[in-house]
Design a protein around this ligand. Structure first.
Ligand SMILES: [Fe+2]
Length: 140
């Protein structure tokens, strides 16, 4: 799966697409940092990415959920359930990372990669894309 933003990923709602573009930029930054350092993101970089991801998740999920509620979107329940799960997974990872339980840098990098991969693959590309054509483009 590609880690770069592609037009095929467009939901067609500008605020949502802009948020997703930013998420992809953050993910790319993470991969670039890992690639330039033999596949390992150091602790300081990881802490930085995690805190930005945490802020992003809170803001973006809230924005997307509000939009769906206002539009009376019938996929809201499923989307909200996934958001809660992703938020929880991220919170657990952040806690583990700061307590040292996420393992050494290499292991933590691998875990982060798979989390970001699941997020992209399962959530944006499947669940979010279902909004396409079902929420008016000028919503939000
Ligand atoms: Fe989203």
């Amino acid at each position: 799966m590609s880690n770069t933003w592609q037009n095929a990923m467009k939901v067609g709602i500008e605020v949502v697409d802009e948020d997703h573009r930013q998420l992809f930029a953050l993910i790319q930054e993470f991969h670039a940092a890992a690639d330039s350092q033999g596949g390992v993101v150091n602790g300081e970089q990881m802490a930085g990415i995690l805190s930005r991801l945490d802020a992003y998740v809170k803001e973006h999920f809230a924005r997307e959920e509000l939009l769906q509620v206002e539009a009376g979107y019938d996929g809201y329940e499923e989307n909200k359930r996934q958001h809660d799960e992703l938020t929880h997974t991220l919170a657990v990872f952040i806690e583990k990372f700061h307590s040292g339980a996420a393992g050494e840098a290499k292991a933590a990098t691998e875990k982060m990669k798979s989390f970001l991969g699941v997020w992209l693959g399962q959530h944006i590309l499947k669940t979010d894309l279902k909004m396409r054509g079902r929420i008016l483009p000028w919503a939000g």
